[in-house]
Design a protein around this ligand. Structure first.
Ligand SMILES: *Cc1c(COP(=O)(O)O)cnc(C)c1O
Length: 413
């Protein structure tokens, strides 16, 4: 008996026409912005099923992005913890070094089909900005990236990358000068320019159609991984896991497994611990609320203002989460676990030393949970979405943790 047969028709039913996953999702924004989001929804629904669009995206994925990315069996790492086998889906080998390009190329292709000339987005740490600037260069589109002045100072290498790729990096100088203000600025620009530009969100959040569209484009991760895993082992994995920031690499990984008898774990950053301001574990500690135009779980105070969040992984420190995660959690289909900064860093160094792979700190959270799972279960298999490579993190890691001897000492024989 398959306990998850209810999910056989899930993709046909969710989201609804108005972008709802159960009671979550929707589209909450100023009336003036509604026509812009309506236009994007109509265009996506009209274009995404056409053979021409699908074939072109398929060709881009193969020839430009280097897909399919491999599934890899971590034999040496698995052996450290007993008999449970850890496998990685290697999104770190996707062009630009992370999964974000999967939806940016989809959004860029959609823009081209819609006859748009420009891509607009905000970026925090700069990862989404770099992926989108890459897509804009590929399609010959202009690219305006809004970025808080504080983040521009902190993320110098990504600012240079975006400029090399031809994007305009537009400093946002009001308020706290970080991601939240950058989102506001990008929405404002979209309102003024949507006759010739499209807004491209960085993860599975925002008003409809973005949570659906990004999920669809990212599902290539799970579709490939499921096929590859079965081809390698003849079986389904017992569990899959992925780190959850806004929720795009995780939903990309999870969606094709929803109707399978496979346990699904989203892994959230517990940072320095469970006190307010020390973590960004929205699914674990959040409550129902509205943020950035959609309803979901939110880390918020009694007045509905977003709480401060923190994680060592800048790609995970967001006080909201994609609405589909909220639905899947309430439906009991997905579970959420937390991993601290320290646990993530131990996983980071173990993957470096035992497998020759330097992972992103974000992805190290997913790996840390897989290690916990392997230690507890002692049999079966877990497939981890390794969402990105760690090149962007090595200076910070080296400065703060050296080469990780404090974590590795207990594993030396
Ligand atoms: C941005 C990022 C994440 C978090 O984003 P999701 O939308 O939750 O996937 C995770 N890993 C890497 C490498 C990232 O760049």
């Amino acid at each position: 008996m398959n306990p998850y047969k209810d999910f056989d028709n899930y993709l046909k039913e969710f989201p609804t026409k108005d972008g709802y996953f159960g009671e979550y999702g929707g589209s909450f924004q100023a009336d003036e912005l509604k026509p812009a989001f309506r236009e994007a929804t109509d265009a996506y629904e009209a274009i995404c099923h056409s053979a021409q669009f699908i074939n072109e995206l398929r060709r881009i994925r193969k020839e430009f992005q280097g897909r399919p990315t491999p599934v890899y069996h971590c034999e040496r790492l698995s052996k450290l913890f007993g008999n449970c086998q850890i496998y990685l889906k290697r999104e770190d080998l996707n062009h630009t070094g992370a999964h974000k390009l999967n939806h940016c190329m989809g959004e860029g292709l959609l823009a081209k089909y819609m006859g748009k000339k420009k891509l607009i987005a905000e970026t925090g740490a700069g990862q989404h900005g770099v992926a989108l600037a890459t897509a804009a260069a590929y399609f010959g589109l202009e690219c305006d990236i809004y970025m808080g002045e504080v983040d521009i100072a902190k993320q110098h290498p990504n600012v240079i990358r975006m400029k090399m790729l031809g994007a305009n990096v537009i400093p946002v100088t009001h308020g706290l000068k970080t991601l939240k203000e950058a989102v506001d600025a990008a929405f404002e620009a979209y309102l003024k320019e949507y006759d010739h530009a499209i807004y491209c969100i960085g993860t599975c959040v925002g008003p409809h159609p973005f949570p659906m569209m990004v999920r669809d484009f990212q599902s290539v991760i799970g579709i490939e991984a499921r096929e590859q895993f079965i081809a390698m082992t003849g079986l389904l994995p017992d569990a899959v896991c992925a780190c959850v920031g806004g929720g795009s690499n995780s939903l990309g990984m999870f969606t094709p497994f929803l109707a399978d008898p496979v346990e699904i774990y989203g892994v959230e950053p517990l940072g320095r611990g469970p006190a307010v301001g020390d973590h960004a574990a929205t699914m674990t500690y959040g409550t129902k609320g509205i943020l950035h135009g959609f309803e979901s779980y939110v880390l918020q105070d009694e007045k509905g203002e977003p709480l401060p969040v923190y994680s060592i992984a800048s790609g995970l420190d967001y006080p909201g989460v994609g609405p589909e995660h909220a639905y899947l959690k309430d439906a009991g289909r997905t579970k959420y676990e937390t991993v601290t900064d320290e646990e993530a860093m131990e996983a980071f160094f173990l993957l470096c030393r035992y497998e020759g792979i330097i992972p992103a700190i974000e992805s190290s959270h997913a790996l840390a949970y897989a290690i916990r799972y392997a230690k507890e279960k002692q049999f079966g298999s877990i497939l981890v979405c390794l969402s990105g490579r760690g090149d962007k993190d090595i200076d910070y890691v080296f400065e703060n943790y050296g080469t990780g001897e404090k974590f590795l000492a207990k594993y030396e024989k």
